[in-house]
Design a protein around this ligand. Structure first.
Ligand code: AMP
Length: 209
C-alpha cells in the first residue's frame, strides 16, 4: 500500500505514521527527517537544506524529488510505504505520479491556532526521528528519547515565528494538493481534532485495515 500523509506541520503525521508502520508493516519515509539527518551530518545536501528549513521555507523541488526517489527505490519500500511530508507542492506530486500510483492520501487538517499551540511543546530526537510533546506525549525520562536514549531537542523551525511562516507556506504551496488528490479520487479527509487514538481509528477505518 502506498500512502501519503497530508496536513499542516504539527498535525501529527509523524505520530500517525508510527501507528501505520506497526499496523501495515511498511516503512515511513519522512523527507523532513532525511533532511535533518543530512544537516546533522553536515553533508552538501544538509548545507543547502538548512537555510530553507530554518526560515520556514520549502527546500527546492528538484532537491527533494531526487532524494525521495532514491529513498523509495530501496528494498524495504518494495511492498509500499507511508510518505510523511512529501509531496508538499504540485510539481512534487506530479513527479511522484510519473513513477507510481498512490492508493490513499490521508488529510489530517487542524486549525492554525491548534498547530501553533502544539508546535511549541514539541520535542524531537535528532538521532531516530521520534517526536514527543511536553504535555500530551511525554517521554518516560524527561529530555531523553524512549527509543534510542539520545537527547531530545526543540527543533529550530518549531519556534513561534518560524511556525507562522511554515503555516503560510503550507496554505500557499501544500494545501492545493487536497484538490489535486481529490480529483484523482484518492483523498480521505480525517477528523483530526480529537485524540490521536481517535484519529488512528478513523484512519484504519478509512484504509479498511
Ligand atoms: P517536516 O519535518 O516534514 O515538517 O519538514 C521540516 C522542513 O523540511 C520543512 O519545513 C521544509 O523546509 C523541509 N521539507 C521537508 N519535506 C519537504 C518537501 N517535501 N519539500 C520541500 N521541503 C521539505
Amino acid at each position: 500500500m502506498k500512502i501519503i500523509l497530508l496536513g499542516p506541520p504539527g498535525a501529527g503525521k509523524g505520530t500517525l505514521a508510527e501507528y501505520l508502520i506497526k499496523k501495515l508493516g511498511i516503512p515511513s519515509v519522512s523527507t523532513g527527517n532525511i533532511l535533518r539527518e543530512a544537516i546533522k551530518m553536515n553533508t552538501p545536501l544538509g548545507k543547502t537544506a538548512k537555510e530553507y528549513i530554518d526560515q520556514g521555507n520549502l527546500v527546492p523541488d528538484d532537491v527533494v524529488i531526487g532524494m525521495l526517489k532514491t529513498r523509495i527505490s530501496e528494498d524495504d519500500c518494495k511492498n509500499g510505504f507511508i510518505l510523511d511530508g512529501f509531496p508538499r507542492t504540485i510539481p512534487q506530486a506530479q513527479a511522484l505520479d510519473e513513477i507510481l500510483s498512490i492508493d490513499s492520501v490521508l488529510c489530517l487538517d487542524l486549525p492554525d491556532e491548534t498547530v501553533e499551540r502544539r508546535m511549541t511543546g514539541r520535542r524531537v530526537c535528532l538521532t531516530c526521528g521520534a517526536t514527543y510533546h511536553i504535555v500530551s506525549m511525554q517521554p518516560k525520562k524527561e529530555g531523553i528519547c524512549d527509543k534510542c536514549g539520545d537527547e531530545l531537542v526543540i527543533r529550530k523551525d518549531d519556534s513561534a515565528e518560524v511556525v507562522k511562516d511554515r503555516l503560510v507556506t503550507y496554505h500557499k504551496q501544500t494545501e492545493p494538493l487536497k484538490e489535486y488528490y481529490n480529483e484523482k479520487g484518492v483523498l480521505k479527509v480525517i477528523d483530526n481534532t480529537q485524540s490521536i487514538e481517535h484519529t488512528v481509528k478513523l484512519v484504519f477505518e478509512a484504509l479498511g485495515v
